[in-house]
Design a protein around this ligand. Structure first.
Ligand code: ZN
Length: 230
């Protein structure tokens, strides 16, 4: 996804002032589940999807449950609300800006809670990298919403925000793969290859993207991911 940096500017929030202490508290509250990627790779989600919207529909509730549960465990439920996912396939105005259809993005305040998925663009990714491709894009955009809702800012600029979102996508991938089993072992790599393919510019190199995705998966810890913002 190509993100206009203006979408990522987060207004000052009371939460932002306490973000370091909160991040530490959050880290302590997440249970680490050790898991190995084993077994023969399959070729699809646990319920195989052939369309971008099919993948998004299949996974959005699972991604929401993951983050809603985390926010609840942190005592932060008041700051979490399920984002609304919109599909588009032509140039649109959203988040207050004109957006290309070859994109996906998440809105900050005053449009908080809106995620836009470019259907043609993510369909192309699905056709190339597998049916989790639109899912890892959705998980990445959801990661941006997590940052916006929490009021976390990036001291490391746009790149830090993008790598943070990749890290959170890795965290969800582990949840989907090991807790709810909506994903299977091939999906980890489908997500990995998808992110690597969209690298460049604000998003960093393929290695940076996949390193942070893998780090989110292995650490399963938002405090670890928060390091991308510092
Ligand atoms: Zn992004």
């Amino acid at each position: 996804m190509l993100h206009n940096t203006r979408f990522h500017q987060t207004p000052r929030s009371p939460l932002a002032r306490a973000h370091k202490a909160l991040a530490a508290a959050l880290a302590a509250s997440i249970t680490l589940v050790v898991v190995a990627l084993t077994g023969a790779p399959a070729n699809a989600l646990a319920s195989p999807q052939t369309t971008s919207q099919g993948t998004v529909s299949y996974l959005m509730g699972d991604i929401n449950n993951f983050w809603a549960t985390n926010f609840r465990s942190w005592g932060w439920s008041a700051y979490y609300a399920q984002p609304t996912v919109y599909y588009y396939n032509s140039t649109i105005t959203a988040c207050g800006f004109t957006m290309s259809p070859s994109n996906s993005f998440a809105c900050d305040r005053p449009y908080l809670g809106q995620i836009y998925i470019g259907t043609g663009w993510t369909q192309g990714l699905l056709n190339t990298y597998g049916d989790y491709a639109p899912g890892v894009i959705l998980a990445h955009e959801w990661g941006h919403e997590i940052m916006f809702m929490a009021g976390w800012k990036s001291a490391s600029g746009t790149l830090g925000r993008e790598l943070f979102a990749d890290c959170l996508a890795g965290m969800y991938t582990r949840y989907g793969l090991t807790v709810t089993h909506r994903l299977d072992n091939s999906d980890y790599w489908e997500g990995y290859n998808t992110l690597a393919s969209i690298a460049g510019g604000d998003h960093g190199t393929p290695k940076q993207r996949t390193d942070w995705y893998a780090y989110g998966y292995s650490s399963y810890n938002i405090n670890s991911c928060y390091r991308a913002l510092t």
